[in-house]
Design a protein around this ligand. Structure first.
Ligand SMILES: Nc1ncnc2c1ncn2[C@@H]1O[C@H](COP(=O)(O)OP(=O)(O)OP(=O)(O)O)[C@@H](O)[C@H]1O
Length: 356
């Protein structure tokens, strides 16, 4: 009997999926895009799982918006591709996605209700269904003035709530939101957080970018951190913020932390009026610090804590080995504005004025 060599091909992503680690719906694979001198995307790769909220982080200009736009086919990639359910995304699937872009676009003269129904109709909803859903969203998001309010009369936060309703009107299978929390007050943030959570609990996929790390920390199950067009960290939040890495300690009346002198392998992350957050190189250092503190004075606070996302973020960037030489130059910025002006579809705002 002739024997054929057996070739076993393991797709690492499906393997991870079987193990339940990265059970993914959306894959961004090796995305590459250059604007002039700037590599907006430099083989950017990450996956988003369903049923959980995914936070997309990164400093300004790290490629988040470009990556999100590529999901909708809004930019031509030089290399790489985006997959939905392990296959290239079809135009039909894109129509079922919801997107809130960075440049918000609402029709100022329309009422909130008319606006939402119009967008619902564009997604092939009947007027009746669109009206029902629009009303439910207006109620849920508590848009001030309700459906009859004119968009132009709304405050920034209420415009934002309307924009979020617009992205949700057709009950999308994938929700992609570019900075949905910027400009929102704490109560609005709470409302939107609730909506994202509910959406994810229904098994849908939610990806959003944000610079508000405390919101991301409270809301997301997984995060990816982009820097210079690459992903420099990507994992479950609980893995990234490792348990028991930081120590929070305060000794009464000691604002300078003199008891910390001469203990090696600890770094001070911050000091708020004598309450120190320390990073320990090894967990065994915790009792050493405790002992020194108690020798020194009365212990007011002692707590072993998770790392903060802001520290994970800073460390991911500083240890990425990438320099910031690629950051925006004035020329790139102008190119960006020109591009936006050419593609501006929103009403009432002409970016050409900004360029001249
Ligand atoms: N149309 C364009 N023309 C020229 N440069 C562009 C264009 N779009 C993006 N860039 C550049 O690509 C880089 C990545 O931009 P992108 O908007 O994706 O970053 P971002 O992470 O979303 O930033 P932010 O957090 O500030 O919104 C930046 O240097 C930006 O100036």
């Amino acid at each position: 009997m002739r024997r054929f060599p057996i070739v076993i091909q393991i797709d690492i992503r499906s393997y991870q999926s079987q193990r339940g680690h990265y059970k993914h719906m959306l894959d961004l694979i090796d995305l590459t895009k250059t604007y002039g001198q700037v590599k907006a995307l430099d083989r950017m790769t990450f996956s988003v799982q369903p049923g959980a909220v995914f936070g997309f982080l990164g400093p300004n200009g790290s490629g988040k918006t470009t990556a999100m736009r590529s999901i909708f086919g809004l930019i031509s990639l030089e290399a790489g591709h985006v997959q939905w359910k392990n296959a290239p995304i079809t135009p039909d699937e894109i129509r079922q996605f919801g997107y809130m872009p960075e440049e918000r676009g609402l029709y100022p003269k329309m009422s909130v209700m008319d606006h939402l129904v119009y967008l619902g109709r564009l997604h092939s909803l009947s007027t009746e269904t669109a009206t029902k859903r629009a009303q439910a969203l207006i109620d849920e998001l508590e848009v001030k003035g309700g459906g009859s309010a004119k968009v132009e009369s709304l405050s920034l936060g209420n415009k934002q709530r309307t924009q979020i309703a617009a992205a949700l009107i057709h009950e999308p299978t994938l929700l992609v939101m570019d900075e949905p929390f910027s400009g929102l007050d704490p109560i609005s943030i709470e409302v939107v957080r609730g909506i994202f959570k509910k959406y994810a609990q229904e098994g849908k996929t939610v990806l959003f970018s944000s610079h508000q790390l405390e919101v991301v920390e409270d809301l997301c199950e997984s995060v990816a951190i982009a820097y210079q067009g690459r992903i420099v960290a990507w994992d479950r939040l609980t893995t990234l913020t490792e348990l028991d890495k930081d120590l929070i300690i305060k000794v009464q009346d000691d604002l300078d932390g003199n008891y910390l002198n001469q203990i090696d392998d600890i770094s001070i992350l911050d000091n708020h009026e004598g309450t120190f957050r320390l990073r320990l190189a090894r967990p065994e250092l915790a009792p050493v610090v405790l002992h020194r503190a108690m020798e020194f004075g009365t212990l007011e606070r002692y707590e072993v804590a998770r790392r903060r996302l802001s520290d994970v973020f800073k460390e991911a960037i500083s240890t990425s080995g990438l320099s910031n030489s690629q950051w925006e130059t004035r020329d790139d910025f102008d190119e960006d504005l020109k591009f936006k002006a050419e593609h501006q579809t929103e009403l009432g705002h002409d970016l050409k004025d900004e360029i001249s």
